[in-house]
Design a protein around this ligand. Structure first.
Ligand code: NAP
Length: 471
């Protein structure tokens, strides 16, 4: 009989599905603690790790991307392995992982977008922000998309940080883009964009915008774009004013309203582009002959619903805005995985504090856990996942102590043999390091941090070649 899991003779073997921030923070918490010996295998469907830090964070935010250094330290810990280019749900199933590990933690985020559910949403020129973000970040699944930026006005729907990323990316100059790791194709398209106005529409008011302060402030600091806020729109309605005057008001909202007010007092400097922020407007129909030509917008007013939440409702007033592009930036959405209980309404895996639970009950599904966006929904910044991962890992360790993870696990070599069979082209962490070096090398002659590969085949080629470490 082998030792209980968590000892040197029988380490606790954990599979983590998804190598974004939540997956890496969970791995770090597991590998760092002293009470049990733990081994972690992280799986990712791409050959490259780091999830939205690589394929979501805007390329002009290299400081945010530098959090990768923290994840590299985790990857260097004993007991860590990475298996990229392995899709759970395709090459292997979640339940097969469950049979081979003492615990499986789902950390695969929210891979799709939410829809507006309005007529014309699928016209050419109407895009989910998620696709545009993935495209400019060289995500291989989106590399071939075409974005026609030959129109004068692009509209971004939504008042979250992804909307600010889009607005900035549409307003950056070619020179600014060339200093980043933006996909090459996207640099060409964005660099020759004819878009002069980026109109960002919020369905509620300035005091309900989901922007964080630095991201909002940046919209007023663009080299080649003026920011435009109508003073009449920052004159707050009674509900918002009462909220801001109360003790409940959070500091981010107060600061946002100050920033909007400051923007509204500016005179345009005659820059080439304008980022226009408008509030209390919801899209109701996208119109055009085969492609986006105009957006029909409803004017909203705010009201307090029965739960006390401030919501937008249609006043019946309409306006028509000519445009050639519409980006819906209204949030990401999670999807389920075969065999794992999923809450379709919330787009999250059914869980309690990260313990996967049977649908509609508190009963845990032994050995299965969730972390990050697929646990709590697509909210918060990168750092939010650290605390979130701590909670999930605490529950894994509590279950270990309570003897609830005593099933047999496959040893590391057996997992590797299984993967050779199921996903022969899987990429290990050293394979990723070779890809990383090759991308950085491609960037050097251009003075860019890296030139990303956009096809899986190119990535696999670099991984196989074991791109040499610079001497
Ligand atoms: P988000 O912050 O949840 O914002 C979504 C926006 O869409 C909200 O303004 C929401 O308005 C609006 N919306 C939702 N449904 C709508 C509809 N049917 N019609 C019109 N508007 C609608 O989501 P996100 O921007 O996708 O960002 C996801 C998370 O990533 C956030 O936590 C964000 O802070 C984070 N993020 C951070 C950074 C950064 O730190 N630099 C960058 C990107 C993303 P309501 O408020 O009225 O619902």
């Amino acid at each position: 009989m082998s030792d209980r899991p968590g000892t040197a003779g029988n380490p606790l073997r954990v599979a983590i599905v998804g190598s974004g921030p939540a997956g890496f923070y969970a791995a770090e918490h597991l590998l760092r603690q002293d009470d049990a010996v733990v081994e972690v295998d992280i799986f990712d469907r791409l050959p490259t790790p780091f999830g939205l830090v690589r394929a979501g964070v805007a390329p002009d935010h290299p400081k945010i991307k530098s959090v990768i250094r923290v994840y590299e330290k985790t990857a260097a810990r004993d007991g860590f392995r990475f298996f990229g280019n392995v899709e759970v749900g395709r090459h292997v199933s979640a339940l097969e992982l469950g049979e081979r590990y003492h615990a499986v933690i789902y950390a695969y985020g929210s891979p799709t977008d939410r829809r507006l559910e309005i007529p014309g949403e699928d016209l050419e020129g109407s895009h989910p922000a998620t696709a545009f973000v993935a495209w400019y970040n060289a995500h291989p699944d989106f590399a071939e998309l075409d974005f026609d930026l030959s129109c004068e006005r692009a509209i971004v729907i939504g008042n979250g940080n992804v909307a600010t990323d889009l607005a900035r990316m549409l307003a950056l100059t070619r020179e600014e883009l060339e200093a980043t790791d933006t996909a090459e194709r996207a640099i060409d398209v964005l660099g020759s964009s004819k878009v002069r106005e980026i109109l960002v529409l919020g369905r509620r008011g300035p005091a309900q915008a989901a922007f964080t302060n630095p991201e909002l402030r940046e919209l007023g600091e663009m080299t080649d774009a003026d920011v435009d806020v109508d003073p009449a729109e920052v004159a707050l309605d009674d509900l918002s004013r009462a909220y801001l005057d109360s003790d409940e008001a959070d500091i981010t909202t107060r600061k946002n309203v100050e920033i909007f007010t400051e923007f509204s007092q500016r005179q345009p400097e005659g820059k080439r582009r304008r980022i226009v922020l408008r509030f209390l407007r919801s899209p109701v129909e996208i119109q055009g002959d085969g492609k986006v030509e105009r957006l029909i917008v409803a004017r909203n007013e705010l009201y307090r619903d029965q739960s006390g939440a401030v919501r937008a409702r249609d006043t019946g007033e309409r306006e028509t805005v000519e445009c050639g592009l519409v980006f819906r930036s209204i949030g990401y959405k999670g999807t389920g995985l075969d065999g794992i209980p999923f809450d379709e309404g919330r787009g999250v895996i059914c869980n309690q504090g990260g313990r996967v639970t049977e649908p509609g009950s508190d009963r845990p599904v032994a050995g299965h856990y969730a972390v990050g966006w697929i646990k709590r929904g697509p909210s918060g910044v990168i750092g939010t996942n650290k605390k979130d991962a701590q909670e999930t890992v605490d529950n894994v360790l509590a279950d270990l102590q309570a003897g609830r993870l005593d099933s047999e696990a496959a040893d590391p070599a057996a997992v590797e043999s299984w993967l050779v069979e199921r996903a022969p082209e899987h990429v290990t962490y050293s394979g990723w390091e070779a890809i990383d070096r090759a991308e950085q090398e491609r960037g050097k002659p251009l003075g860019r941090p890296r030139v990303k590969f956009v096809s899986i085949e190119e990535m696999l080629e670099a991984a196989r070649s074991g791109y040499p470490v610079a001497s």
